[in-house]
Each structure stands twice: as structure tokens, then as C-alpha cells.
Design a protein around this ligand. Structure first.
Ligand code: DQA
Length: 149
């Protein structure tokens, strides 16, 4: 039915052993497995990318232009200040779903602002690894709506 690109930002490679009280004990590989299963059930192909570098994430978004139907992105700390990631998402015109494991709105004030959410279709935050599964379902709806346009 389509293809999604899942981008994980900085420090998400440490999931499972990073601030477990906030992010839990599920690893990034396990989360990718959950995404793959859900995407497979929905008939979607999925590609994964993780980087700790802002420019690499910008490059990956740029090379997705015309190649994927939806981007699921957890920009991690870049959420709160990367105008470069925001501008890349806006430039490629690929619908994006922003994801966070934690409820960023219930945490420190500096996490309440997302500079990337305004260029995404929407944001899913606070459901732990299930945030990503919900994002796949959102991507299905976005792709279906684009097909029927
Ligand atoms: C995060 C929330 C961000 O504030 C933080 O910098 C992260 C992870 C989340 O998934 O809850 O690295 O994006």
C-alpha cells in the first residue's frame, strides 16, 4: 500500500538503558520490531534510520523526497530547537507524524515546545513504545486519504 520511513533522533539508540524511569526498558531494536509488525499487518513497507547528528537527519529527510509516502519521526532533543530538521520536513512535502515516547507536555518546560510539530500532520506523545504503533496507524490513514484525493 505504501512506504514509510521511520527516523529516530539523538540518544534513542540508547533506549533500554537510558533514563529507564522515563523511557522504559524496551530497546530501539524491539521498538523497530513492533513497528515492522504493525506496518506489515497494514501492508506497508518500512525503512528505519537513527542518527545522533542533525545534518545526517536533514540529509535523510531530503533523500526521502519522492520515495516514501509518510515519515514517522521522533526528533528527540532536536524537537525543541532544530529549525534545520523542521525546514527539511517542510521542504520535502512528505506528510510526517511526530512521535515521542514520553509526554513532553508533562515534563520540563523546555520540552513543551516542538519546533517540528507545526510542519507535521500531528504529534503522538506519552504512550511509550506504543506511540510508534499508533503512529503507524496514523500513517495508514494519511496514506489512504492521499490515495482517495
Ligand atoms: C523524546 C522526548 C525529548 O524531549 C527527548 O529529548 C528525547 C526523547 C521522547 O521520545 O519522549 O530524547 O523525544
Amino acid at each position: 500500500m505504501g512506504k514509510i520511513l521511520v527516523i529516530h533522533g539523538p540518544n534513542l539508540n540508547l533506549l533500554g538503558k537510558r533514563e529507564e524511569a522515563v523511557y522504559g526498558t524496551v530497546t530501539l531494536d524491539e521498538i523497530n520490531g513492533m513497528i515492522k509488525d504493525e506496518a506489515g499487518n497494514c501492508g506497508l513497507d518500512v525503512e528505519f534510520y537513527q542518527s545522533n547528528y542533525e545534518g545526517d537527519i536533514v540529509d535523510r529527510i531530503q533523500t526521502a523526497a519522492g520515495r516514501v509516502d509518510c515519515i514517522i519521526i521522533n526528533p528527540a532533543a532536536f524537537t525543541h530547537y532544530s529549525i534545520a530538521v523542521r525546514d527539511a520536513l517542510a521542504a520535502v512535502k512528505i506528510p510526517a507524524v511526530e512521535v515521542h515516547l514520553s509526554n513532553i507536555h508533562a515534563r520540563e518546560e523546555f520540552r513543551h515546545t516542538s519546533v517540528t510539530a507545526p510542519v507535521a500532520v500531528g504529534q503522538i506523545a506519552g504512550f511509550g513504545p506504543q506511540s510508534y504503533v499508533l503512529a503507524v496507524r496514523a500513517a495508514v490513514e494519511i496514506i489512504k486519504a492521499a490515495i482517495s484525493e
